[in-house]
Design a protein around this ligand. Structure first.
Ligand code: CP
Length: 259
């Protein structure tokens, strides 16, 4: 059961595609027409879905701690498809896969993560993964959008994108998560000029370095139109890899039961 209580294009569709390619059935929970609208809690919704007999619940929710709250209370498996500002582990795995596909290693890669890191579950998962795999992370963007000190892992440090762009293996751009905080008080034009991956900035990257973005992207706000579809961009490859990665996850979790 695919239970998305926040908007999604890539994650929901790639889980559905992955399930179908594996010959599994997937039910897409229609939140807008569900009994959540009548006041049913997320806990009771999940317990009800479990009672229907599903093997796994793929859940996206705005609460950072939703998995800690629910996992021990249900018997079927649950897959984290994005929890608040906290983690997005399947995105983290597909990002690692994309980097490995490119560089045939993860250890010692230098990655600049740029933008709204404070509110990004993608950055949260990447920081955890990068520490495990010995990658060096530069966190770039407006001071107000940098993570709290206790969330900055030992292998990560704050940096100015212009000072590190010529040495990194990958630049991972993030959108500003306007739905999670007050306005920054900076115009989109000014943000783009100061913090965005403009064509001029991208031209300073090493030729073998790659450009990533988990999506959805806002063209010409955090990343230039032309950069998204440039030779160095792996943004759409990340989407394709998302299907492979989610196939692996579903097969690992449910494959034996399905055979
Ligand atoms: N990267 C990502 O999670 O995209 P969606 O919100 O479209 O699923």
């Amino acid at each position: 059961m695919s239970l998305f209580l926040e908007p999604s294009t890539r994650t929901t569709c790639s889980f559905e595609m992955a399930s179908k390619l594996l010959g599994m059935d997937v039910i897409n929970f229609a939140a807008e027409n569900s009994s959540l609208k009548k006041g049913e809690s997320i806990y009771d919704t999940v317990k009800t879905i479990e009672a229907l007999g599903v093997d796994t619940i793929i859940l996206r929710h705005s609460d950072d701690q939703i998995f800690e709250q629910l996992v021990s209370k249900v018997n079927c498996s649950m897959i984290n498809a994005g929890a608040g500002k906290n983690e997005h582990p399947t995105q983290g795995l597909l990002d690692l896969f994309t980097l490995f596909q490119e560089f045939k290693k993860l250890n010692n890669l230098k990655i600049a993560i740029c933008g709204d890191i404070k509110h990004s579950r993608v950055a949260g998962s990447m920081l955890i993964a990068a520490e495990k795999f010995g990658m060096k992370i530069y966190l770039c963007g407006p001071e107000d959008l940098m993570p709290e000190k206790n969330k900055i892992t030992e292998n990560a440090k704050l940096a100015n994108l212009d000072e590190v762009i010529s040495e990194v293996d990958a630049v991972m751009m993030l959108r500003i998560q306007n739905e999670r905080h007050e306005s920054l008080g900076i115009t989109p034009e000014s943000y783009f000029k100061t913090f965005g991956l403009t064509e001029e900035r991208a031209s300073k990257m090493r030729p073998e370095a790659i450009i990533m973005h988990p999506g959805p992207f806002n063209r010409n706000i955090e990343i230039a139109d032309a950069v998204i579809e440039s030779k160095q961009s792996r943004i759409f490859a990340q989407v394709t890899n998302g299907v492979f990665m989610r196939m692996s996850i579903l097969d690992w979790l449910l494959g034996e039961e399905e055979k």
